[in-house]
Each structure stands twice: as structure tokens, then as C-alpha cells.
Design a binder for this molecule. Structure first.
Ligand SMILES: Nc1ncnc2c1ncn2[C@@H]1O[C@H](COP(=O)(O)OP(=O)(O)OP(=O)(O)O)[C@@H](O)[C@H]1O
Ligand SMILES: [Mg+2]
Length: 398
């Protein structure tokens, strides 16, 4: 897969810009705050429909403007595609494929695949579980775009069940519930219990789908991550990547390694029953994949607590390279690699490993504040673009 062209209109600090990618590697060089990461963000948006920097579309629109538009021309084995997104200050975004606006935006996923690697990714090791869940979910969306629907559905059921639990907890405390002021202390009626059972069942069904997919994705990526960590540590470090579902799963099925939907649902319902009193009093869902984590261990010790800075960086690099390999093997085409200012943070051995892995195999867009970070060989095979105050230009034309 190859991103041939990117167009930006009133996107972040770009008024109007077209970028033609004419080499497998593009280096964006420029001072701080010129617009390098904004280009990567646009590509990330086209690939994932998400930006890891913001959830608010209005921030993407150039200040003082009402609308921003980004468009990518992608060639894939299946043929070329044009992917466009329009962001608005005051209205919902639209996503279009080949000029046709999509009714379901999530259908825009899977046209462009990209793996992003930035210095913020150190949070994968150091940050809280939500950071690791987001990473795994992002990977899953690339592997099977339908997962975006699966996750959306789970979150919808979770929100509704939480609202129900919250209302119950308020009643329990004798507070008036909005829209239901007449019944400050509602007795436990059959209707209530039925309603609750219904939401429990829906949560278990939707949640089990999430759990099984997360579990499967981890079994795919874990061996790759382990191999990379070994390579980069001269076989000194064994990286263990383990899915820690909040719902305790029964022993793995010897053949598929992932328990059936039915079995996971049952385990989910059992876990809900075990936490019923606490949920009732706290007024929120305490059980489910919204509380999952992924454990990262180096030689049996949690990388978060015991890893040195360098080890933690290596873990993140291993995870990213593993992501690249996993997406490539599942999709059958190499994804794009977006490297935001990471070279400077890696020692020479790790830089070498990263660069020699990429070679020309993955289309790579890489940002840097100084070209000296790249060796001559790498630089000569790359397209270099200077980024200055929201404009890109080839240095040769300057
Ligand atoms: N909606 C917006 N409208 C206009 N300008 C914006 C908008 N959002 C961000 N910017 C500007 O974009 C610039 C930041 O761009 P970007 O993050 O791409 O910089 P960078 O080149 O990656 O810098 P660094 O080397 O520091 O990472 C800032 O100057 C910021 O003020
Ligand atoms: Mg930047």
C-alpha cells in the first residue's frame, strides 16, 4: 500500500498544501512548531479516523475557519482509492471514499493502514491501563475494521447500563433522580430486576466479543514483540506480553487458545454477579473490558516499575515493530510507518535496527528537527521536505 498524495485544506496550520510522496521514505525536517506532526496527524486520521492528539474535530480546523478538509490518494493491491475527511467547527465530520460520502463513517476504515510511533508512546509502558487498551484497540481496528463497530456497541451498552446503575444508586441514597422526582426511594420491583438482567446480558454479549478479539490480537502480536525485544537486547531480555482481562477467563481451550463466545459470556455474567452489591452501591459497571489491562514484563519483572528508561524505550520499539509485522501479515500489504521525532531518542544500535527493518519495505514518513540524525545512505534514498510555518517545500527549490 502506498500513499501517493496528501492534500490539506485549512487543516491545523496549513492553509492549502498538496504533498506528493515520491519515494518510499519521506523526511519532514523543520524547527519546532512548524507543522511536521500536523502532517502525520492528517495521515493518522485517514488511516484510523482518530487523532491521538485530540478527540475534538474543531481543534483540527485552522483557527478562524469553519471547515477543514484532508484527502489522501492511496494505491493498494486491490486498486486505487481516494479517502477524504471534512472537519467542521460546529458540525459533525464527514468521511468520503472516492468522492462518495459514507453513511457509516466507520466504513472508511481499512483503506489506509498506518502504524504510528512517537515519543508519547513511552506512555504505553509508563501510563495507565487505558493507554494500553487504546493501543490494542487501535491495532484491532487495523486488523479487522469491524472491531470498531464491536467496540462502539460495547461502549453504548456500557453507558446505558451505567446510567441505570447511577439512577439506582441515587435512589438508594434517597436523592431525586432527574425526570423521576416522584420516587425518591424506589423499591426493588420485578420490572427493575428484569431491566437490569437485560442490560447485564447485553453487556456480557457485547463485552465477550471485545474480550475474545483482544485476546486473539495479543496472541498474534506477542511472539513478534518477543522476537524484536530479543534482537535489540542481544538476547538478554525476554519480553512477555500478556492480556489481563478484567473478567477472569476459564483455562484456555487447548486448540483455539481462545474460549468460545458462550463461555466468555458465562464468565462475564458470573463476574457481574460476584460484583453485584458493589455495583449497586457505587452506581457503575465494575466488570468488563473497559477495565482490561495488558501486562508487559521483562525477564519476569513488570517493565513499568523495574525497567530502565532504555529498556522501556526498547519495549515500545518492539511493540511498534511487532505492530508493523502483525498488520502486514494480516492485511497482506505493508502498512505505512509514521515516525514522529523518535530517532533522537534511540541509541545507535536501536536506530540501526529500526532503519534496517524499514528499508524500502514500508512507506515511511518521518519527522526530525535536523537531518544530521540520518546517515547519508538513508538520506540519499529519501524525499526530503522542509516544513516552515505551515508550508512544505523541497530544499532543492529553495
Ligand atoms: N487549529 C489550528 N489552526 C492553526 N494553527 C494550529 C492549529 N492547531 C495547531 N496549530 C499550530 O501548529 C503548530 C504545531 O504544529 P506541529 O505540532 O505539527 O509542530 P511540529 O513541527 O511537529 O513541532 P515539534 O518539532 O515541536 O514537534 C503550532 O504552531 C500550533 O500553533
Ligand atoms: Mg511534532
Amino acid at each position: 500500500m502506498y500513499l501517493q498524495q496528501l492534500q490539506l485544506k485549512q487543516f491545523r496550520n496549513y492553509a492549502e498544501q498538496t504533498v506528493d510522496f515520491c519515494a518510499p521514505k519521506t523526511i519532514l525536517v523543520g524547527d519546532n512548531a512548524q507543522g511536521k506532526s500536523n502532517v502525520l496527524e492528517a495521515i493518522e486520521l485517514l488511516a484510523t479516523l482518530n487523532s491521538h492528539r485530540t478527540h475534538r474535530d474543531r481543534e483540527l480546523v485552522q483557527w478562524g475557519q469553519a471547515i477543514a478538509h484532508i484527502q489522501g490518494t492511496v494505491t493498494r493491491d486491490a486498486g486505487p482509492a481516494e479517502l477524504g475527511m471534512t472537519f467542521r467547527q460546529k458540525a459533525r465530520r464527514t468521511v468520503a471514499v472516492n468522492g462518495q460520502s459514507l453513511r457509516r463513517q466507520l466504513d472508511g476504515l481499512g483503506i489506509l493502514n498506518a502504524v504510528q510511533f512517537s515519543s508519547l508512546d513511552l506512555d504505553l509502558v509508563r501510563g495507565g491501563p487505558e493507554r494500553r487498551r487504546a493501543w490494542l484497540d487501535g491495532l484491532l481496528v487495523q486488523l479487522e475494521p469491524v472491531y470498531a463497530h464491536v467496540l462502539q456497541q460495547y461502549n453504548r451498552v456500557l453507558r446505558q447500563r451505567n446510567a441505570l446503575l447511577r439512577a439506582q444508586a441515587k435512589r438508594l441514597r434517597g436523592e431525586a433522580v432527574t425526570g423521576d422526582r416522584s420516587t425518591p426511594l424506589l423499591p426493588e420491583t420485578d420490572a427493575n430486576t428484569d431491566n437490569q438482567a437485560l442490560w447485564d446480558a447485553q453487556l456480557a454479549v457485547a463485552g465477550a466479543r471485545v474480550i475474545r478479539r483482544r485476546s486473539r490480537a495479543l496472541t498474534l502480536i506477542a511472539p513478534h514483540a518477543q522476537t524484536w525485544q530479543q534482537q535489540m537486547s542481544n538476547a538478554q531480555e525476554m519480553l512477555q506480553l500478556t492480556y489481563c482481562p478484567n473478567v477472569p477467563l476459564p483455562a484456555e481451550d487447548a486448540e483455539t487458545k481462545i474460549p468460545s463466545q458462550e463461555i466468555v459470556q458465562q464468565a462475564f455474567l458470573a463476574a457481574i454477579r460476584a460484583k453485584a452489591t458493589a455495583e449497586y452501591h457505587q452506581g457503575m459497571s465494575l466488570v468488563g473490558p473497559h477495565r482490561d489491562d495488558i501486562s508487559l514484563e521483562i525477564n519476569g519483572q513488570p517493565a513499568r516499575q523495574f525497567g530502565s528508561q532504555g529498556q522501556q524505550r526498547t519495549v515500545v520499539l518492539s511493540l511498534k515493530l511487532a505492530e508493523l509485522m502483525t498488520v502486514e501479515s494480516v492485511i497482506g500489504e505493508p502498512p505505512l510507518l509514521l515516525l514522529d521525532d523518535v530517532l533522537a531518542e534511540l541509541d545507535l544500535t536501536r536506530q540501526d535496527r529500526l532503519l534496517s527493518t524499514i528499508q524500502d519495505r514500508f512507506q515511511t514518513v518521518i519527522t526530525t528537527t535536523h537531518l544530521g540524525a540520518f546517515d547519508a545512505g538513508w538520506r540519499s534514498g529519501s524525499q526530503v521536505l522542509e516544513v516552515k510555518e505551515g508550508a512544505l517545500r523541497s530544499p532543492s527549490l529553495s
